[in-house]
Design a protein around this ligand. Sequence first.
Ligand code: HGY
Ligand code: MN
Ligand code: MN
Length: 411
Amino acid sequence: MLKIDGQRLWASLMEMAKVGGTPAGGCRRLALTKEDAAGRALFSQWCVAAGMTVSVDRIGNLFARRAGLDDDAPAVASGSHLDTQPEGGRFDGVYGVLAALEVVRTLNDANIRTRKPIEIVVWTNEEGARFTPAMLGSATFTGAIPLETALQTRDAANVTVADALSATGYDGARAVPGIAFDAYFEAHIEQGPVLEESGIPIGVVTGGQAIRWLDVRVRGQAAHAGTTPMKYRRDALFASADMASALEHLAKDFAPRGLVTIGEWHIRNASRNTIAADLTFTVDLRHPDDAQIASMHALLCERFEAIAAKRGLSVEISPHWISPSTPFDPACITAVAEAVQALGYPNQRIVSGAGHDAINLAKYCPTAMIFIPCVDGLSHNEAEDALPEDVSRGADVLLHAMLSRAGQVKH
Ligand code: HGY
Ligand code: MN
Ligand code: MN
């Protein structure tokens, strides 16, 4: 059975890891920075060398196209992202992009043409670490976020996406929303421990769990650290600390699938001898079930408001991004499952805990994902790692799932 060239794929991953490489062995390629642009340039070079044509759309999504015999047919697409977390790893996103390139390289070596065209996509700002929400590029491509809204989104330094696109030369011409694909397959590391713990090398992903990002702002009263008795204080920090522990208890109420994270925490005008008066923090809620995450959200508001009232402070909780649980397309899931069967790789069905561009694409065209294990289930960490044999097997499955959809043309 045709297989990809695992050594070539691994070498490309290690080459790409040097772009924005950090001393601790991770990667820092924040969306639309010069490091992200450098990674995209390297990828584009590789695609042109593989005989593909490259184009960019208005929100900076990068497309590499391999013509099909019936070149007007909707393309079978694959891809992921090259942007990383501030201290990201060498596989999150980039694995899906380079596994797709390896599929094309393998088809070229085998002199295989496909009936439908193939497109590889590098989505803009998947991580949501620089601009929010996450998966901004694919949401704009599918029309879920209007282009103007996306272009005017600002990062913490008040730079707009539009400015960052033109600064890096990725303010492309291709229209958004984009033309729907025939199908979209995304390969990705699992970013959790499930596959590794069960010793299973392939995850046939059936969908993505629900995600909610909330912005919380707690306001009290600034006062002198040395003269204000504790009982008179309206301290935004200690109130927020109560809310943080209430949030951790909320996860226990919805264990084991309910997940809560506070990733960002800012005291405005912080000073070590002034009582904190204005504190903002972010909340990331996850649960596979929409009704459950809605109850988590409602209970969180109730409990935070009670804490604020008891302490005489105010709290504002605003939804920043709501992503419902999203099932993938049965026919695409079957294409992945049949590819795995044919290759004889052990596999299991799994729901994605992480958000991916495939979650947006699933609302726009038939979509499915393929997971491989990552070492210790670790991701969004510079120590993120994967085993070469898992990297190869995932790309083999991607190759055959895409081929079954794109149609192999006999010479
Ligand atoms: O937030 C997520 O799950 C993804 O890593 N952007
Ligand atoms: Mn990712
Ligand atoms: Mn990620």
